[in-house]
Design a binder for this molecule. Sequence first.
Ligand SMILES: *Cc1c(COP(=O)(O)O)cnc(C)c1O
Length: 403
Amino acid sequence: MAATRLTIDLSRQEPVPPAGVEAALALLGSGKMHRYGETGGVPSEVSALEAEFAQQLGTRYAVAMNSCGSTMFVALRAAGVRPGDAVLCNGFTLAPVPGAIVHAGARPVLVEVTEDCTIDLDDLARKAQASGARTLLLSHMRGHVCDMRRLTAVCAVYGVQLIEDCAHTMGAGWDGRATGTWGRAGCFSLQSYKHANSGEGGLLATDDDDIAAQAILLSGSYMFYGAHQVRPADAVFERWKYDTPNFSLRMSNLAAAVARPQLGALLADRCQRWNQRYHWLADALAAVPQLRLPLRPPQEQFVASSMQFGLVDLTLARRQAFVAGCAERGLHIKWFGADEPVGFTSVWQHWRYLGPPQPLPQTERVLSALCDMRLPLALTQADCVAIAQVMAEAMAAACRLQA
Ligand SMILES: *Cc1c(COP(=O)(O)O)cnc(C)c1O
């Protein structure tokens, strides 16, 4: 039987909607791309985006920056993290997360993850106690949300403040409460592969006056903080403005103009369509017993813009053969078990700048079997069935290898 060959492009990004294209063109014509340009009192695109995002999420403040990585760095600093401090984070996350901790001069303390791709709450308690860390930068990696009630209880016991990395969870929540609102600050990404696409961009959401004022100053407001529509009172800025450096991490009006029409109804529609594709593919993959999907409890209101699955009970050679067999058939899935970092799949063993290795035997086991693929909205139900068919073929071929 001839092998199935796919021509589906999983790297496809979501286009900017027409309203974003029009706003961008108008802005380019005006030349007013800098958010603090003299606007004669008209709110800038960035300021409007902040107000709209805060309203959508239900927080008092949002501060826009040039990336989610910048918002995480700024959130840590504004939350009082200082050079040399220990900061907890999950061992399974994307490189900008430990990067933000190191940027703040702090030391990442890695916490194990479970086979359901969420932080291991027992190990979190152990590491909080052993390290004395007072801050957790929690990554909802690939959109998997842990039991947030239990997590906040563990943080309370050890006096750990929470900052959320919501790069993959815009539109998601736990038990009716949005991610990004459980701790002192939530950090969102507008990078092209996240849920709203402005190329690059980040949004820091918070209810905290002091974090919001510092974030505005740290992001590089040149004392134009009065130009922010959502911001704390002047008295809060008085507390910080002489002691807070300007790190020039601003978002441009161009990024905000293309992002604004992607919030609200369009975001909700995209989230629903991502989950539809996830269910189509999950249903079709039920026929391949060697692929295990993470459990998703009913309280998890996830947005599945990507899918992860574990390769169950397979030797290393068979895992390699499965991934290679998919690629030969035109399906380019990512695998976190490779020796060398490729694409977006660097894992904690590759981050040698963290210093002495931090053994994470459970995370190592999970990641050595974990695969990852995007779910572009252009996928049809027939595409999902064809993808599952290719995986079934590649798995059958891998299982014919000598063990
Ligand atoms: C993309 C991503 C980030 C960083 O976002 P940038 O906007 O690219 O800085 C952080 N955490 C996770 C889990 C991500 O996937």
